[in-house]
Design a protein around this ligand. Sequence first.
Ligand code: NAD
Ligand code: UDP
Ligand code: UDP
Length: 317
Amino acid sequence: MAEGPAKRVLVTGGAGFLGSHLCDRLIADGCDVLVADNFFSGAKENLAHLAGHPRFELLRHDVTFPLYVEVDEIYNLACPASPIYYQHDPVQTTKTSVHGAINMLGLAKRTGARILQASTSEVYGDPAEHPQTEDYWGNVNPIGVRSCYDEGKRCAETLFFDYRRQHGMPIKVVRIFNTYGPRMRPDDGRVVSNFIMQALRGEDITVYGDGSQTRSFCYVDDLIEALVRTMATPDDVTGPINLGSTGEFTMLELAAAVIELTGSASRLVFAPLPSDDPAQRRPDTTRAETTLGWRATTPLREGLARTVEYFRTAGAL
Ligand code: NAD
Ligand code: UDP
Ligand code: UDP
């Protein structure tokens, strides 16, 4: 029997770290993939290996402007994720989350597409509950330097649920916790890329604060699997669903693991903690386990080793 036409999938922010891995997965799954990206924090090089593929298309487009295309599914990932990038032009960051969500929801409404929003653990702010379940409403500073990102993402969630309530649309909201892996920018300022680049260059490793703050780090392949599974859930599954690893590490533990894996002679130096930096973060992923049958399985050391290998060989040095 002849196969039907390929599913048409739009990935906004597809030239970024997570987006480019998602595109690889969707192409491998036989989808027809359209990326819309303004290359603010992403790069065409992340998708260079897909150029010329008959089911792949790359469009330079800013999601704060309307987009008229015909698609079956939308993954809305467009938004810089690293504090350095999202604080560079904070007004644009909020516009990207809010206007971007409105435009993509409008597009989903017109086409009848399913739409998934890449939200973030930052909606919990500096959490007063630990670990964080989806029922926790968060502890976010509305006027601080991280607010452009945190409040933008919170408003995007509001828009998704209001489009659902008003128009009955098939929405999916996932709250992504710190994710790392190959194709992170060496200069993007996030802790995993910073520590690895510093270790490989033999530079001092910059620990902010006393290094006792915690994060849970999810390897990119695990996260992509969860995104695809979420999109495939029945229409009544809206989330929000926490996606992340449940292993919790201090930044001092992360630095020690990076030094050991790279065999670096780098030493730790301590720098001031950025304002509103959450003291601890770890997801409760019970909902992901029951709804998606998913949990992050890649051990931190294994994922770090693959990421170190990428930064060693990708010309990042
Ligand atoms: P990234 O910065 O590598 O990718 C974001 C992509 O969006 C980039 O290619 C960038 O050029 C593009 N973009 C930014 N503004 C845009 C705009 N106005 N129009 C079109 N494209 C635009 O970041 P990432 O780590 O791949 O994150 C992807 C998504 O996942 C983001 O929405 C982020 O908030 C979310 N997220 C990521 C993490 C993580 O740890 N990586 C954690 C929580 C949430
Ligand atoms: N939109 C878009 N592509 C579409 C349909 C809509 O970019 O295919 C944008 C358009 O800019 C619109 C927004 O999505 O303002 C919200 O659309 P909706 O239909 O929800 O509301 P409208 O503003 O059209 O009343
Ligand atoms: N961090 C650090 N050194 C760095 C970069 C970040 O100690 O060179 C810390 C940062 O203060 C935070 C944690 O690492 O406590 C995670 O930072 P990242 O920017 O990667 O993610 P987020 O704060 O958004 O979770």
